[in-house]
Design a protein around this ligand. Structure first.
Ligand code: PRX
Length: 631
């Protein structure tokens, strides 16, 4: 770390500096923290409001902060409607390419027709303002239409990532009490069809609240449809009810826009709730400033819309900013490892935003794959989801960006709604550091009492102020929200991120990783408790522990330790069966790399598993303080 912190700064080119939207970070930063509400009010004014707000920030009921109270807005009015009168109307909003090479594109005008039709279909199925619609789809344009259609009519969406299993889907439907589920027959991965509707059907058997399921035809595989509950979207779309005209519902700034489930310290996923007003302001501002968005830009965030990165930076922010959004459904190296680079060249992508895992995965195939392509359209490169190691950073910078594209390493979370720590294109960079706080944010690296630790020392990452994009609560669980994220430091109202980090002498921030029982596998966020409870649900398992261990490409992988029930024989086939079991309970992303059978697990006297000890043993490190270890 010491070496890394002292490394030479990587400076942006004169061209980047000349074209930058924000020319002086320090000055604007100082202004934004001294005049936080004024700063955010100025940003909010770039959006279209149906009714102006009375108050920028209402902090009368901490930690339940409210932004732009009294204001009325709809994020879709900003992402689509307001573009329909000007030049943006005929500009491409979305270009989508399937793995098989099919291309579909939609202008803002066409997007509006699609979203309005979808919205009218939802209305005809009884969806109303305030409902929560669950969406479980592959990465196809209809996923975006469905999200925007919900928001347009004032329903909240709960998107469940298409890689999750039926158990995970059912648990999320149950928590959201959704009456309507939107899905697709399936998608493709590496040329193989994936049967999503069958998974949705399994989930619906466990979800009594679902009355209506709308299925979009995508991969054409046979889907079992139940009469009265199941409808094909294309059938509904051909009915007169699906008019391409639909009014956009005025929403209170604080009305829910979506809930998105994420993993935490317990087995129960947390439904983070985001709202129309503050979220629109925060995501649009961060996106515009960190990526220097220009009207002609072709922008590609290669995440899945089913995660927060996709919600904020594929769907909402780029559309609000009137960009052209690239989407690709498929594996990055299918059929060959040049697939992404081929698309960058073909579509003339200017900004690419992806995860370190994806980069490491492509890097291992060597430089010749990207070098076959003209990548000169690229201007900026983004990274998100986990710390980017300096090797991957350099490869991204040199081989992909030709040494001319700043790397915008953005630190944030499902809870924060948008990027909290990130460089601007003008920021001198240090490979591996997310650099400085975004405007309005004061970041602290603190000890257990909330006091700043000295530069170079590891501490807890806290955010010392509210910001418009912050989650408002955990759906149906205010108490858990207040306890998990706030209130550890007496009268200091700090948001606890759950990450550890360092700050160096130049004020650059270095994220180290999660401190809680969250594991980042290929950038996906998983809780040890979820994996453990999936294992224990298997009939031969009595107890289980899961930990994350470093992995060259995935960042971390899951290792598990299992105590079997009496009389069960530990063997290789059982280990494989347990891995598959976790994959079918949660999804393939959660599949353990290793299952080790053990006689006992290290525990504290109060019975808590000491994962730290397991991790130290696995890595051959010092086990640290064992005074609380039970005999
Ligand atoms: O540990 C941090 C890591 O991802 C966590 C948040 O995960 P999630 O809610 O799934 O959101 C991911 C996409 C925004 C954080 O607590 N993380 C995210 N971005 C970075 C990061 N770690 C280091 N550097 C980053 N740029």
């Amino acid at each position: 770390m010491a070496d890394k912190q002292n490394m030479a700064l990587v400076h942006p080119s004169q061209e980047i500096l000349d074209n930058a939207l924000v020319k002086n970070y320090d000055e604007l930063y100082q202004y934004s923290i001294e005049n936080r509400e004024a700063f955010w009010a100025e940003q909010a004014e770039t959006l279209r409001w149906i009714k102006p707000w009375d108050k920028v920030l209402d902090n009368s009921n901490k930690p339940f902060y409210k932004w732009f109270t009294g204001g009325e807005i709809n994020i879709v009015d900003n992402a689509i409607d307001r573009h329909l009168t000007g030049e943006t109307r005929n500009k491409l909003a979305i270009i989508w390419e399937s793995e098989a090479g099919q291309v579909r594109s939609f202008s803002y005008y066409a997007l509006n027709r699609e979203v309005s039709q979808f919205a009218n279909v939802l209305k005809s199925m009884g969806v109303q303002k305030g409902d929560i619609v669950t969406i479980y789809m592959p990465q196809i344009p209809e996923l975006v239409f469905a999200m925007l259609a919900c928001a347009k009519i004032g329903a909240a969406h709960s998107v469940v990532y298409g890689g999750f299993s039926y158990e995970a889907l059912a648990a999320r439907i149950e928590d959201a009490e959704s009456r309507v589920l939107i899905t697709a027959d399936g998608g493709f991965r590496r040329g193989k069809p994936i049967d999503l509707k069958a998974i949705a059907n399994e989930a619906m058997k466990r979800s009594p609240t679902i009355e209506v399921c709308i299925t979009v035809r995508n991969n054409g595989i046979d889907a079992e449809m139940e009469s009265e509950r199941d409808f094909w979207y294309h059938d509904l779309q051909s009915l007169p009810i699906a008019s391409p005209k639909c009014p956009t519902e005025p929403m209170d700034a604080e009305d829910p826009l979506f809930i998105l489930y994420t993993s935490g310290t317990t087995g129960k996923p947390k439904g983070m709730l985001h709202t129309h007003g503050g979220y629109a302001v925060y995501t649009a501002t961060t996106h515009r400033m960190m990526f220097d968005i220009k009207p002609g830009d072709r922008y590609w965030c290669a995440a899945d819309p089913g995660w927060i990165t996709g919600h904020s930076y594929i769907v909402y922010a780029p559309l609000i900013n009137g960009a052209t959004v690239m989407m690709y459904e498929g594996a990055p190296n299918y059929p060959y490892p040049n697939r992404w680079w081929q698309m960058v060249e073909k579509y003339g992508i200017n900004i690419l935003y992806t995860s370190p895992t994806a980069l490491r995965g492509l890097m291992r195939f060597g430089d010749r794959w990207p070098q076959r392509h003209d990548l000169s359209s690229l201007r900026l490169l983004g990274s998100v989801g986990e710390p980017i190691n300096p090797e991957a950073w350099r490869w991204y910078h040199e081989v992909i960006g030709g040494g001319r594209c700043p790397i915008i390493d953005t630190w944030w979370q499902t809870e924060t709604g948008g990027a909290m720590i990130c460089p601007l294109p003008i920021t001198p960079l240090k490979p591996g550091s997310a650099t400085k706080p975004f405007f309005g944010n004061e970041i602290g690296i603190v000890d257990d009492e909330g006091n700043e630790v000295p530069a170079g020392e590891e501490g807890k990452l806290v955010i010392k102020n509210p910001w418009p994009g912050m989650a408002r609560t955990i759906y149906k669980d205010d108490a858990r929200y207040a306890e998990l994220y706030w209130g550890d430091y007496g009268d200091k109202d700090y948001y606890k991120a759950g990450d550890s980090a360092k700050v160096d002498e130049d004020g650059y921030l270095w994220i180290i990783g999660r401190m809680d029982e969250v594991i980042k596998v290929s950038g996906y966020r998983l809780g040890t408790a979820e994996i453990e409870s999936a294992l224990v649900s298997h009939h031969s398992v009595s107890e289980a522990a899961a930990i994350g261990l470093p992995h060259e490409i995935k960042g971390n992988v899951i290792h598990t330790y299992v105590i079997l029930k009496e009389g069960v024989t530990a063997d290789k086939p059982l280990a494989q069966e347990l891995k598959e079991h976790v994959a079918s309970e949660i999804g393939r992303i959660a599949m353990p790399e290793e299952v080790s059978f053990v006689e006992a697990l290290p525990k504290t006297r109060s019975g808590k598993i000491m994962r730290r000890v397991l991790r130290a043993r696995a890595l051959g490190q010092d086990e640290g303080d064992l005074s609380t270890l039970e005999e």
